[in-house]
Design a protein around this ligand. Structure first.
Ligand SMILES: *Cc1c(COP(=O)(O)O)cnc(C)c1O
Length: 400
């Protein structure tokens, strides 16, 4: 590393600050090595330990760990009983997995527009999108900020609709004094442990719930639809016997991954604190920058700060130039997200542009600045300075 980063060799274009990255330390390494040397690389005791630890961290009763956030969304949708002719409502400003889990079940994703200020789905738009076929709502806590869960749960309760929170951005977020993951306003909550998220297991995910029936279905769906529970089986031939009672998957996570997850979870408060601190610093440094709108936390909604999202006031041409400017300076700015229904696959399914105008406008303005616990203070200043210098230059162009 020192060869690449030595001062003399460094030109601005060689600096590289990614938009997100993991933080692995010696304790993480030791835990994984410990698991490697144990009897079970998968289906050992570490999976249950990790599940209990995350459930306890979030104040939920049950947790089922799987091999990705996407798998977690899939079995959550399956456990909800979603099938052909059912509809599920979600946000277009999310990763494709939030909607794909509905397609996997043969159900139809319906996209509801967002609140521009937060990037979260707008409860009024969700309410308008409800039909007699709606069976699930999948709100996405965009950038780590909780959705307006109270309003969403009111809509769901009226119509007996299941809520699956896509909390892949939101481990550690708090909504009205309840932790995201507690399922206080939902049936299930899904997390991802991809390296860009709050804690990582390499790949991994989890579903949390307080409902025992859902929990049992999730366990079966995680592992081929197979059970050894006498209460669920039709017969019992002997101690070797098991039954496949549903069409499940192999979505199991390994003990190696859960060893890493346990170790990461122990430091999650520090991770979260650092993320909050960086967000606060960005907001302070950029508060005078007239070219952009900064993210805010509405009352009773505390973000876990997965992303620091700004919106350019000048529209998509300015946004594109700003991203290019930051990339030239070695800053890995990203855009979250291309509206899901703009994807060619969704176009092929018949989704048209214009369904969610606010989401489409949001996509044209959004930029995510680098944000991760290992980001140094001087890098935060460098990123903020780079944003400010861009708008200074634009201002001079206008005056010239
Ligand atoms: C990361 C992410 C997922 C998918 O998680 P994976 O672990 O990558 O499968 C789903 N939804 C959102 C909002 C995400 O950010």
């Amino acid at each position: 590393m020192s060869g690449i980063y030595c001062k003399d060799a460094m030109s601005p274009s060689m600096k590289h600050i990614p938009y997100a990255r993991q933080w692995i330390d010696r304790r993480d390494e030791d835990e994984v090595i410990g698991a490697l040397r144990s009897d079970f690389l998968t289906q050992g005791t570490r999976v249950g330990e990790f599940e209990r630890a995350v459930a306890s961290y979030c104040d939920a009763r049950y947790a089922v760990a799987v091999n990705s956030g996407t798998s977690a969304l899939h079995i959550a949708a399956r456990a909800s009983g979603l099938g052909a002719r059912d509809e599920g409502i979600t946000s277009p400003i999310t990763f494709v997995a939030s909607a794909n889990c509905l397609l996997y079940c043969g159900a139809r994703p319906v996209f509801a527009d967002i609140e521009t200020e937060t990037g979260c789905v707008d409860p009024a738009a969700v309410s308008d999108a409800v039909t007699s076929r709606t069976r699930a709502i999948i709100p996405v806590h965009y950038a780590g900020l909780p959705c307006d869960m109270k309003e969403l749960s009111k809509i769901a309760k009226r119509k007996k609709i299941i809520i699956i929170e896509d909390a892949c951005h939101a481990l550690g977020a708090v909504y009205r004094n309840s932790k995201i993951g507690s399922c206080r306003y939902s049936d299930m909550t899904v997390f991802s442990f991809h390296p860009v998220k709050h804690i990582t297991t390499g790949e991994g995910g989890m579903v949390l719930t307080n409902d025992k029936k859902l929990y049992e279905r999730l366990l079966i769906l995680r592992s081929h639809g197979i059970t050894k529970d006498p209460a669920l089986m039709r017969q019992r031939h002997g101690p070797w016997y098991y039954e496949m009672i549903d069409l499940g998957h192999n979505y199991r996570i390994t003990d190696l991954q859960c060893a890493l997850g346990m170790s990461q979870l122990r430091r999650s408060f520090r991770f979260l604190e650092r993320r909050r601190m960086i967000a606060k610093t960005y907001s302070k440094l950029l508060s005078g920058c007239a070219g952009i709108e900064l993210p805010e936390e509405p009352a009773e909604r505390r973000s876990a700060w997965h992303l620091y999202c700004v919106r350019t006031r000048g529209g998509s041409a300015v946004r594109k130039r700003l991203v290019e400017h930051l990339h030239r300076r070695g800053i890995g700015a990203q855009v979250h997200y291309i509206p899901v229904y703009w994807q060619p696959y969704y176009r092929k399914l018949g989704y048209k542009r214009g369904i969610c105008p606010r989401a489409e406008a949001f996509y044209g303005q959004e930029i995510s600045l680098p944000l991760y616990p290992l980001l140094r203070d001087k890098d935060v200043r460098y990123v903020a300075d780079s944003v400010i210098s861009f708008f200074d230059r634009i201002g001079r162009e206008r005056c010239a």
